[in-house]
Ligand binder design. Sequence first.
Ligand SMILES: [Zn+2]
Length: 211
Amino acid sequence: MFRRLILLGPPGGGKGTQAGLLAEKYSLYHISTGEVLRRAVREESELGRKVEEILSRGDLVPDELMVDIIKENLTEDRATDGFILDGFPRTVPQAQALKENGVEIDRVLFLDVPRDVLVKRLKGRRECPSCKSIINAESSSVLDDGACPQCGEKLERREDDTEETINKRLEIYFRRTHPLIDFYRQRGLLVDIDGDQNPEMVFQEICDALE
Ligand SMILES: [Zn+2]
């Protein structure tokens, strides 16, 4: 089975959900970029202090530092039996750096979702201000009563899910991250997954591609 994986896809494409399911089913180490950065800061490592300084200025973490952080995670014991990278690489230079650092990848799963579906999904996303659950309004009836299914609090739209920021995030994705599809296809690593179906079916398609 292929166990060194990258999950590639647009915002709203379902990467987080699928990465979580995969990590659980196959005991893979789920390396989520956002989670890794927050943890580095919490642990106050040398890297963490650098990251904190950059983030407090409102800047993006540069490619080099991002690669160092991911590398540090990949050398952990729990990564030796397999891992899934979620949110990294985000650009072709990052992918090249990964390769130059000797990180071998077995498969890159590309969650393909049409742009109009992404916009609809991102617009329908709601967050619970109390327990921080993220609810996809498209796939449930929560929008009607607007209550969190976990704790009953009134759901809110996330600040970064306005029409303007949604379009901006998709633009950045198509310009900077989408070229990774060709990068990995040319290396024979890419698997196209139809991400425009319910999460259970997406997961089944991914599992079939890995075994
Ligand atoms: Zn809640």
